[in-house]
Design a protein around this ligand. Structure first.
Ligand code: NAP
Ligand code: GDD
Length: 344
């Protein structure tokens, strides 16, 4: 019998890669999409439309929202999934300072609503639950972060995710539900949302190269992140749910770059040589022709910043037999190629 998976957040970056990964593994995949005024299924349209023309359908979309507990319960009851992946979130850290209550409702209470549905429907024995946790929960106080590093979130986003992390553990310990947390460090891809820094840089520099844009405006370019590729990270997510006993895992590349490093590497792949001048909000990046292509805008600084993230994923590498295939150069090349050859 085919396994059934239910993905909250299927229309997002990770949801789209995970849906494709699970279909290859012969799962029946159900995904939850939100009602929006413009179509938001662009990342999964290829699998959705393809399957319209086929007789056997293995990919289904349903309307739902993490703010609506009854709809969550009804969907889980109807689908009776073997695995639930909670990837849905208001996932933008800077936006969470503008929308703290909404962010908490979706990210914190949303996870609780799914867990409560599993409990109310008595699906403990049938349904495994994955919670999309984040390195933002650490806050960057330690040089390297792993599973037992103390949490100290620095944003409403990180704080809301910490609630989801603990409620997942709590339901595992209290009700014997297979409920597992991934603590994922930043992961990017061609499908990354356009307002995250890597996509903004790649998109911006490709457009500058193609003379469609003059300049990109950024915030804190000295923040350091541990960046991986979403393709590698969704494989780890799946592996976390294939274990006999639920547990929590850090997933990271183990390499760290600053935002400024990321800009320089991307530029070099595009044949742009950047010269930097000035400091603070006056810092600027010039191309080899003396044209200013990077400026700093203070509106992109956050009220509180996680300055450094670097993960130690040795537990996952050992116990899940997981290791990433992409390094920073392969990631950036993949993102650049997509900008060049898709919808351009
Ligand atoms: P993303 O691209 O922003 O996708 C988020 C998904 O959640 C989208 O499908 C979105 O729907 C959906 N969503 C938002 N609000 C919802 C609501 N109220 N009800 C139902 N669905 C809702 O995020 P991602 O990068 O794929 O990340 C996936 C998960 O991993 C998120 O929970 C994120 O916080 C977490 N995470 C991400 C990273 C990373 O570096 N990417 C690292 C650690 C943890 P729309 O398409 O309609 O907006
Ligand atoms: N978004 C953005 N836009 N970030 C900028 C900019 C800019 O113009 N300029 C500098 N940055 C800096 C941010 O201040 C941050 O330090 C870093 O670039 C990365 O920002 P994001 O790409 O927005 O990612 P994030 O690290 O805040 O959050 C992402 O990773 C988390 C895991 O650590 C998101 O995917 C979260 O959902 C995820 O949990």
């Amino acid at each position: 019998m085919k396994k059934k998976a239910l993905i909250f957040g299927v229309t997002g970056q990770d949801g789209a890669y995970l849906a494709k990964f699970l279909l290859k593994k012969k799962y029946i995949v159900h995904g939850i999409k939100r009602r929006t005024s413009s179509i938001n299924t662009v990342r999964v349209d290829d699998i959705y439309l393809d399957l319209h023309t086929k007789k056997d359908k293995y990919f289904f979309l349903h309307y739902g929202d993490l703010s609506d507990g009854t709809s969550i319960l009804n969907l889980i009851n109807k689908i009776q999934p073997n695995e639930i992946y909670n990837l849905a979130a208001q996932s933008h850290v800077a936006v969470s300072f503008e929308l703290p209550e909404y962010t908490s409702n979706i990210n914190a209470l949303g996870a609780l609503r799914i867990l409560e549905a599993i409990r109310a429907l008595k699906l403990e024995k049938k349904t495994k639950f994955y919670q999309a946790g984040t390195s933002e929960m650490f806050g960057g106080y330690n040089k390297i972060q792993k599973e037992n590093t103390p949490f100290h979130p620095k944003s409403p986003y990180g704080t809301s995710k910490l609630f989801a992390h603990w409620i997942t553990k709590n339901y595992r310990e209290s009700y014997n539900i297979f409920a597992a947390n991934g603590i994922l460090f930043n992961h990017e891809s061609p499908l990354r949302g356009e307002t995250f820094v890597t996509k903004k840089i790649v998109n911006g520099l490709v457009n500058i190269k193609q003379k469609k844009l003059n300049c990109i405006y950024l915030g804190n370019i000295y923040a350091k992140r541990d960046w991986g590729h979403a393709i590698d990270y969704v494989e780890a997510i799946w592996k976390i749910l294939q274990r006999k006993k639920a547990d929590d895992f850090v997933i990271s590349s183990g390499n760290q770059y600053s935002v400024k490093n990321f800009i320089n590497i991307t530029a070099s792949h595009l044949g742009i040589k950047i010269t930097w001048t000035g400091k603070g909000i006056k810092e600027k990046g010039y191309d080899q022709h003396g044209k200013c292509i990077i400026k700093i805008d203070k509106k992109y600084f956050r009220p509180n910043e996680v300055n450094t993230l670097l993960g130690n994923s040795s537990k996952a590498r050992k116990q899940l037999n997981w290791k990433p295939k992409f390094n920073i150069n392969k990631l950036i090349k993949d993102m650049i190629n997509y900008e060049y050859f898709n919808d351009k």
